[in-house]
Design a protein around this ligand. Sequence first.
Ligand code: ATP
Ligand code: MG
Length: 278
Amino acid sequence: MATSATHPTSPLLEARGIGVVYGGGLRALHPTHLRIAPGEFVVLLGPSGAGKSTLLRTLNGLVEPTEGEVWMRSLGIARDRKQRRALRRQVAMVFQQHQLIGRLTALANVLTGRLGFHSGLRTLFPLPRADRQIALEALERVGLIQHALRRCDQLSGGQQQRVGVARALAQQPQIMLADEPVASLDPANAAHILSLLREVCRSGGIAAVVSLHQVPLARRFADRIVGIANGTVVFDGPASALDVAALARIYGNAAATGADAPFDERAEPIQTGALATT
Ligand SMILES: Nc1ncnc2c1ncn2[C@@H]1O[C@H](COP(=O)(O)OP(=O)(O)OP(=O)(O)O)[C@@H](O)[C@H]1O
Ligand SMILES: [Mg+2]
């Protein structure tokens, strides 16, 4: 059975028996308990369709759980729409396809991370200077300050994902969720984005839950790995405990041996100079 990671500190975010049945009756997530401690870097592993996105989207309030509840230390239980909106403001999300607006500059995209902090009407006007400052600092943290005024559709895939990370950082979250943030990147950029994500989270005291498809990357970056199969958590523990039996529980016997294949990573590192100075 799954080993349960112990937390010396009280949790920051907690899934209390959350389950999701989508319209049409498909059960994507069985009632799940999960506690995320402040500052920990958790990698979520599982085959396609296992329920990783569903879990992440429920944790940040994008999906309403069919049963159970999401609790956050600073908010309490997110019960209704309004509380789930507050949850989305405090739990930042990084997406696989970046979800940036291509014709806008990197800075403008990062500024959208601040929109949730203002009323609907306020967002029709330029955001305050303080927000610009926060956005610029976030771009600096990901090493992209020199590209702040470039259109996002003129940036490389890796740079666009760094804008995605900066946008999440601009929310000044206590926790960041990332749904396959490196799936559309080549192996070298994938490793560098994860390294960046871990570094900005570690230095900012931000907890992270990151879904990945590559076991070697999970082993390399995770403080803790949560494995999910068929909508159920089947592993929860440190990378060192992720043995063949655990991989078989997550991916099935046939796939488990291939899941640990070495990760190819050759290209030049991206420049994240700003990180070194902060
Ligand atoms: N909006 C939705 N409506 C109905 N069913 C959905 C919806 N989103 C996901 N599902 C189904 O729920 C199950 C879990 O999907 P989910 O996207 O959470 O898996 P995943 O682990 O993120 O997979 P992948 O690795 O392919 O991204 C799947 O069977 C999927 O088809
Ligand atoms: Mg998914």
